[in-house]
Design a protein around this ligand. Sequence first.
Ligand code: CP
Length: 324
Amino acid sequence: MKQFISVHDVPDINALVQKALACKAAPYKNKTLGINKRIGCLFLNPSMRTRLSTQIAAQNLGMEAIVFNVGQEGWALEFEEEAIMSGNTVEHVKDAAPIMGKYFDILAIRTFPSLKNKDDDYSELYMKQFIKYAGIPVVSLESATLHPLQSLTDLITITESLQNAPSQNVGKRPKVVLTWAPHVKPLPQCVANSFSQWMNAWGEADFVITHPEDYELSQEFTNGATITHNQDEALKDADFVYVKNWSTYNDYGKIYCNDPGWMLTNKKLAYTNNAKVMHCLPVRRNVELSDEVLDGPNSIITQEAGNRVWAAQAVLSEILGNIS
Ligand code: CP
């Protein structure tokens, strides 16, 4: 693997999931793979899980991780080609990224969308410019439209749950439901886009997306899924329910319906096949998910967040295997 920006960088999804589970079983088996190698983790936006799990994963491989909160502590970066930099930006990415390419062996970047201009956000200019100018492998720690490390983690967690209960799952395709949930502010579509992209590429589940009208995601990511506005119907017989808010894609970055009836509760969970409940975190309690679900026996959210380490470790291992 030369970079990790989306599922398209992964030649064999199941092999990567199994590699991550092998890392979980034996975290220090490859503790010298990354010796004398350094990863730069650039955060243009906040993070807890991604930042910590990537650092731990690097450390497990003997690799040094340097975190740079460039959004708070760095020079304001310019990304547009041929920009006349007479405004607030101080340094062009075409000057900064090659230097990072000298300092690091792998560059990992988190950058959020503005949610103001769909074409700008979906062009993934920031990520593309780092890839173009850094000259070293780039890993997405979440971009304007996708969150591949989260999605890999989600698939690891689903696979692990299926493997832990083989007698219930013999010969059965799991039903996985991605359900929109209310939120107090407009959020990116990244997690929902990325989860949809990975589920469709994986192809080993009956994948259903449910959301209120006007919350359609880009078909680029959802093609292959069953989509319904009827949440109760979607939840019927589900084995996994992934709860996530996103803002509107078509009339970009807005909140239309914010019906609290879309919050996942135990009453709704009763429609499912005793489904495991997932969320990428952070979560707004009693807005997106009720306390009773989050603290109940069906939640695998902490296990899911824990698996972030093994997703990152599997990806870094693959990339380290490709650099001398
Ligand atoms: N799920 C996730 O990416 O969490 P952080 O924003 O805390 O990294």
